[in-house]
Design a protein around this ligand. Structure first.
Ligand SMILES: Cc1cc2nc3c(=O)[nH]c(=O)nc-3n(C[C@H](O)[C@H](O)[C@H](O)COP(=O)(O)O)c2cc1C
Length: 195
């Protein structure tokens, strides 16, 4: 790989395009790791919903466990794994909130049921019964009727602004190919790692 010529975002997009063809579902699924200020990590899956040279965007409930951890410690890591391609991408960086306009636009693009679900779910907090969730969905369905559904103030997106992006490819005998892009001023420095 010619280090100076390669843009890691373009490289990521070409891998994502291949994964979109070969994965059975959710090629944009990615494991998101966050960490408390005390250094206790947690990880869960999210869906990548935006990508541009600023970074990798996902959406969630700001009052969830991940939302709380990111508010207290705005650093994250992402790990994509495309089994069908035998490839993985790791991203690390600081996290920033997306703009209200960006979150509004994405929220408006979601299915009506998903928009209602965002209102009804107190994500990551104890659920007394499935009925309580179904009741909340019914109540918000009635409340909004056929009107526009505004984005809840507690639901928005985060952008992981990468300082490191690693591309991993399976190779025979576990002699895998690892290319790491480190942010370097306005550009990127590339290095290869032992597998
Ligand atoms: C494939 C997949 C995609 C998911 N996408 C999202 C997502 O985009 N946003 C989200 O908040 N939760 C998503 N979830 C649910 C999360 O994994 C998790 O259960 C939830 O966000 C609560 O996490 P937390 O308690 O660590 O905040 C997804 C789960 C799976 C399995």
């Amino acid at each position: 790989m010619d280090s100076s010529a390669v843009d890691p975002f373009a490289h990521f997009e070409s891998w994502m395009a291949e994964a979109t063809k070969s994965e059975p579902n959710d090629p944009n699924a990615v494991c998101l790791a966050t960490c408390t200020p005390e250094g206790i990590p947690s990880a869960r899956m999210v869906l990548l919903k935006g990508l541009d040279p600023r970074g990798f965007v996902f959406y969630t409930n700001l009052e969830s466990r991940k939302g709380g951890e990111l508010a207290a410690n705005p650093q994250a890591a992402l790990c994509f794994h495309w089994k069908s391609l035998h490839r993985s991408v790791r991203v690390e960086g600081a996290v920033e909130a997306v703009s209200d306009a960006e979150a509004d636009a994405y929220y408006a693009s979601r299915a009506r049921g998903s928009r209602i679900g965002a209102w009804a779910s107190k994500q990551s907090r104890p659920l007394e019964s499935r009925f309580a969730l179904e009741k909340a969905v019914a109540e918000y369905t009635m409340k909004f009727g056929l009107t526009e559904i505004p984005r809840p103030a507690f639901w928005s997106g985060f952008r992981v602004v990468p300082r490191r992006i690693e591309f991993w490819r399976d190779m025979p005998f576990r002699l895998h190919d690892r290319q790491v892009f480190h942010r370097d001023g306005a550009g990127w420095r590339v290095e290869a790692l032992y597998p």
